[in-house]
Write a protein that binds this ligand. Sequence first.
Ligand code: NCD
Length: 349
Amino acid sequence: MPIVVFGRILDALGCCIGYRKCRTSSFLPTSELMPFSHQHLISARDLTADDILNIFERSTDYLEFLRSSDRKRNDLNGVSVVLAFFENSTRTRVSFELAAKRLSAEVTAFQAAASSVAKGETLLDTVLNIETMKVDILIMRHHHSGAHEFLTARQGRVRSSIVNAGDGQHEHPTQGLLDAFTLYQKFGSPTTMLKGMKYCLVGDILHSRVARSNIPIFQALGAEVAVCGPGTLMPNLDAFGVRIFSHIDEAVEWANALNVLRIQHERMQQGLIPTIREFVQQFAVKRHHIAQKPDLAILHPGPINRGIELEAEVADAAQSLILSQVERGVAVRMAVLALLAEARKRNHS
Ligand code: NCD
């Protein structure tokens, strides 16, 4: 039975027996979930299933709002947000900026290349200086894995809420959330979450912070997770409890959804794959794969390299959710910012 049908049946049963009451939107009332109480969003591993459902419930409302003719709400009125990107970004930066602006936050973008970090100031000093100008939320992308954890490990010194927009090869939690939200809206429900879904990350897992955030989020929602890629682009995954495939054909046969990742040449120390041609043969998603399995969902966090990790036609096919991910990304980031701001208010009142 397709998992979406299974999910709807369980949901209907849940409503009938009063296991969990449904609202008209079929989402759980927030009161039945543990409130979102985090100061920061650094790692997807810190999020419980309730945290994720809280974010999804709010994202659903925001997505509806984004699709209406209205463009502004006041949820973050009086909240000051700084964007600090020490590494290139297109989607994530624009998405966070729009998310904050559409909720009426006061937004300042910080030009990392032109900052005093380039003059030798430490990251912590930079952050403490920005904070003292009454900043509530600092959204940061940094090339060093663990940069955010380093800042927040200094209990009591960093007072703003730090949001990780990607750190080195480590994590990218809002990307994991928006990937999961895209599939949750297609296949999931509050009661079944993503239970029964078979989800496979494909390609360069070694260098991917997206993979490291996706795995715990999908597992928290009950999905079975696998990875598929060359052994040389595979980190040690013993602690993750994921299945490993070494050919795209096996992954296609097993999965309900594939999240296809880019080969990150800029992070490679030496040639970890023999040639791009051989990588394409063994790991790229091709037209015949989606023709053979028309209900297979295709995701990609972007930027895509057409003809390498997937054939160009696959990116544009009906099964491709790539642009849906980007659209939902704004709603998910609005939800994250709003929930962090509300938690700050509760903690400071
Ligand atoms: C990813 C990133 O920068 O981590 N993209 C994104 O944020 N949408 C993935 C990548 O660079 O390949």
